[in-house]
Write a protein that binds this ligand. Sequence first.
Ligand SMILES: *Cc1c(COP(=O)(O)O)cnc(C)c1O
Length: 367
Amino acid sequence: MTHPFLDLTPLSAARFAAIEDRVARLLGTRQDVVIMQGEALLPLEGAIRGTAGPGTTALNVITGPYGQTFGDWLRDCGATVIDLAVPFHTAVTADQIRDAFAEHPEIDFVSLVHAEAATGNTNPVAEIGEVVREHGALFYLDAVASIGAEPVLPDAWGVDLCVIGAQKAMGGPAGVSAVSVSERAWARMAANPRAPRRSYLSLLDWKARWIDGGRTALLHAPAQLEMLALEACVERIEADGLEAVMGRHRAAALATRAGAVALGGGLEPYVYEERDAAPVATTLRVPAGVVASEVVARALAADPALPLAAGGGALAKEMVRVNHYGVDATAGAVRGSLAALGAALAGLGLDVEVEGALRVVDGGGWR
Ligand SMILES: *Cc1c(COP(=O)(O)O)cnc(C)c1O
């Protein structure tokens, strides 16, 4: 019996290269794009281990949980790490980056998360990129949560290592990811004796055995199911138009933010300023005396399909996440989420205006 997932023919090198080219077009980059056969943490870790070592001084910007992880990897590589932690209700500014360089001119690596699905903020990468370039540091960016939801332009912004995954706004699979690599980043890796070689974490292996060979022979059998799904999701974005896909995410974020305010019940946008709020997901703060994970549990009991989650770790008490990305970047998902949160808050004795919130959502800039 035939089955859509089974008995697949092997994916050819030419098809693999064509999918890489499509991802490069999505990023508007002329840099090399390497597709990695794993969830986005694979290139995120591979890029740090490839470029950082005992001689590295890294400015690690922490605007959410991933920044913590990058700092741990950098320290593990022997780098000197300067952590710049920013409260989760805001974004980092280019001036803060400038100040860090003024205080530590030896910084030669900057790691930054573009948008944080986990904390709901987004950082001004274009402005930060200018500062990083002025100082000649290598610029590493986690764009997993921003790609598809807002512009990601590694070349224009001077990003040397830009990592994406398909599982958020692209609406694709979690099992493949990609990284664009600048010439400077390749040179840094080639000069790094500690860069992984002959390893699954190695980007240099892909450079030596795939890119430099003209992309004719793959290093190993590609994960064909994930590669086909990645191809399909990029194809769908091309068909819908990247602008339209980003527009849906922006509309979902604005409607969730404004709808939550209209809902009342003490619910507030977690990220204070709208310009710092990520289009990919909206975080909300519950009123004092209410536990966010309980509100979410009540809302999900009414409709388990809603894109709702409580914040991770200690944030589970105070933060509700509305993950309006991918297939959920719609008025319907936002409506359903706010209605369910409203019912949950009402069940806890709070005063809410569900009809008013839904009117705000319906009046949003949907296309
Ligand atoms: C989702 C996400 C990732 C990927 O990590 P998972 O926990 O596997 O989803 C990486 N970085 C950022 C900023 C993300 O939002």
